[in-house]
Every structure is written in structure tokens, then in C-alpha cells.
Design a protein around this ligand. Structure first.
Ligand code: ADP
Ligand code: NA
Length: 326
């Protein structure tokens, strides 16, 4: 069983990324041959600063190790050139019409501003083809994706089927796996939005808990969390529709191993959530500090992972190249 996940270095990781992605990724390592990548090429699809991207890539790589993913094959996408080369080949079976219909492209292109370019970057347009290459190169059994990536994985399947039909049976057509509902952490300042590391429109918001935030910052962020005006013994209860803020806090508390039994005020709830979140982040942050002090180790782990990726993907790229006439 082979499983694949990529994370884009589009901002510093959040508590949402830890509970919704890194934890399930860590749990999957025991039961599958896992490939986990830092998708630095994907970060080039929107306005970026080279020095910031390099730093975010280093930070994300270090976080993957700090979160206990060392049992997986870890890699930086740009260090495995087969990703970019296969994407180039797949562009020959992708149509401009279908790429233009991708919801994420349309949304991000609309939000686009600045950049010195008249329109969104061409790499934003072709991003789903690169994602298809990311997946097809590894012939994974499982591609766990959230709802927002569903359309892109459908496109990946279409491109694989089309390539196979036209040029020969090169690709395994992956099954889309929607992972069992993990914790979905909402923004503490606006609990109707998910907590996100990358929100071009809003920047790093006041309702985001960073994976590397020190305890005092976590405490302040949670103290400011939006709740509601309910009072009395019945106020502390989950109801996503009418009490999204309180529900979010209760879910974070549960996901971080806390217990809401006996809590009757929002102040007490926030203190419990703070304790649970700080305790959850502490071991990851401690390991992060050790790793950050030893960048040679992180580099060596990723270099070894990338060597394995180049080995595993070489036959797939060779088959695709031959089939298409190169
Ligand atoms: P972000 O919005 O933080 O940039 P991505 O869209 O890059 O996150 O998703 C990276 C991974 O983290 C995915 O597996 C996604 O499901 C997970 N994830 C992102 N935000 C949250 C959240 N608020 N709660 C739970 N999981 C999340
Ligand atoms: Na994102």
C-alpha cells in the first residue's frame, strides 16, 4: 500500500494543519509506504518572495520531521525533477478549456492582484497538471484529499485515462480517497471559515494558532476567540449552526485530549482549551527547536528521501516519455 500527500509552503503551519493533516499522516506511516512532499513548485503559482519561500520550505520540512513523520519518505518537490518533466508531458493531454473550468483557478485568478503581471500567473493555470504529475509518478493506491482538491484529482484521473488510451497503458488510475472526517479546525476570530496558513486575501489572521506559536501567543489568541452571548449552565455546548465559536473550541479541546466535563463558563472553557493546545504543541515545538539547531540532519533526511523518489519515479517517467514519442 502506497500513500502520497503534499503540503504547499504557502505560510507557517497552523493547529488546523497539525490536527487535520500531520496527525493522520503520522498515523498512516505504520500501515503504508508513505511519500510526503513539500510542494515548493506549487508555491510559485501565486505572488511570492524568493527568500520567504526558501525559509518557508525549510520551516515546513523541519515541521514534518518535528511532527514525527520520519518513518515516511520525505522530499521537496523541486528536488525531484521528474515532477516538472512529467507535468510538461501531461500538458499534451490536457485542454485549456478544462483547466479554465477548475474552481480553484477561477477563484484564485479572480482574487489575483499586483504581481506586475496583467493576469494571474500561467503556473496557476497549469497547477492541476503539475498536481496530476505529482500523483501519477508514484502510482499510489491512496490519494487522501480534502474536498477542495476533489476536482483536481478527478482531472488527474481523466488525464491518466486519456494518456493511456492514446499513447499506451503507462499510468495507474488512482482512486480518490476522502479521508475519514478528521478534525476541521475553524478560525477563532471567524468560526465560519477554516483556520488556514495561506489566506492571500486576509493574511495571517487574528484567529489562527500557529504550530510554532509560543504558549503566551496561544493563550492570547484563544482568549480573543469569538463565542456568543449565551450565559448559564447550558451555554457550553456544541451546535455548529447556532454556536460555531463554542463548538469549534469544544472540538479543539477534544482533539487535543482535553475534557469539557464540568465546564460551565466560556472563561473556563478557554483556559482548558489553552492548556490542551499548549500541551499538544509542546513536544512538536521542542523537537522543532532541536531540529532547527541541526539543519544538516534535516537536509540529510530529505536528500535521502529525494534520492528514493528519483529512483521510484524514474521508470514511470521513462515509460511516459517513450510512449509519447520522446
Ligand atoms: P491551508 O489552508 O492551511 O493552507 P491546505 O489547503 O494547504 O491548508 O491544506 C493542507 C492540509 O491541511 C490538508 O490536508 C488540509 O485538509 C489540512 N487542513 C488545512 N486547514 C485545516 C483546518 N483548518 N482543519 C483541519 N485540517 C486542515
Ligand atoms: Na492552501
Amino acid at each position: 500500500m502506497r500513500s502520497l500527500s503534499l503540503l504547499t509552503p504557502s505560510g507557517s503551519l497552523t493547529l488546523g494543519n497539525l490536527l487535520g493533516a500531520l496527525r493522520p499522516m503520522r498515523d498512516a506511516v505504520a500501515g503504508a509506504d508513505c511519500f510526503y512532499g513539500v510542494a515548493d513548485l506549487h508555491a510559485l503559482t501565486v505572488e511570492h518572495d524568493p527568500a520567504v519561500l526558501r525559509e518557508r520550505t525549510r520551516e515546513l520540512a523541519t515541521c514534518l520531521l518535528a511532527a514525527g513523520l520520519d518513518g515516511a519518505t520525505l522530499f521537496r518537490q523541486s528536488r525531484v525533477p521528474a515532477h516538472a518533466v512529467l507535468a510538461q508531458l501531461l500538458e499534451s493531454v490536457a485542454g485549456t478549456g478544462e483547466l479554465g473550468r477548475m474552481i480553484q483557478f477561477r477563484e484564485k485568478a479572480r482574487a489575483h492582484r499586483g504581481d506586475g503581471l496583467p493576469v494571474a500567473r500561467a503556473s496557476l493555470f497549469t497547477y492541476p497538471v503539475l498536481m496530476a504529475a505529482d500523483i501519477l509518478l508514484y502510482r499510489p493506491d491512496r490519494v487522501p484529499v480534502g474536498d477542495d482538491q476533489r476536482q483536481h484529482v478527478e482531472l488527474t484521473r481523466d488525464l491518466a485515462l486519456r494518456f493511456n488510451a492514446r499513447y499506451g497503458p503507462v499510468f495507474t488510475v488512482p482512486e480518490l480517497v476522502v479521508p475519514k472526517a478528521g478534525a476541521r479546525v475553524m478560525d477563532l476570530a471567524d468560526p465560519t471559515r477554516k483556520m488556514s496558513k495561506s489566506d492571500a486575501a486576509h493574511g495571517r489572521g487574528a484567529g489562527v494558532i500557529g504550530l510554532l506559536d509560543p504558549p503566551e501567543v496561544v493563550r492570547r489568541t484563544i482568549a480573543r476567540a469569538v463565542t456568543d452571548g449565551d450565559v448559564g449552565p447550558d451555554a457550553v455546548r456544541a451546535d455548529r449552526a447556532t454556536k460555531p465559536g463554542v463548538t469549534n473550541l469544544l472540538e479543539i479541546l477534544a482533539a487535543c485530549g482535553g475534557d469539557a466535563a464540568g465546564i460551565t463558563t466560556y472563561g473556563a472553557l478557554k483556559r482548558s482549551v489553552t492548556d490542551a493546545v499548549v500541551a499538544t504543541l509542546e513536544p512538536v515545538q521542542r523537537r522543532y527547536a532541536e531540529l532547527a539547531a541541526d539543519p544538516g540532519h534535516v537536509e540529510a533526511v530529505f536528500a535521502a528521501g529525494e534520492a528514493r523518489c528519483r529512483e521510484v519515479t524514474a521508470p514511470v517517467l521513462a515509460a511516459a516519455s517513450t510512449a509519447i514519442g520522446l
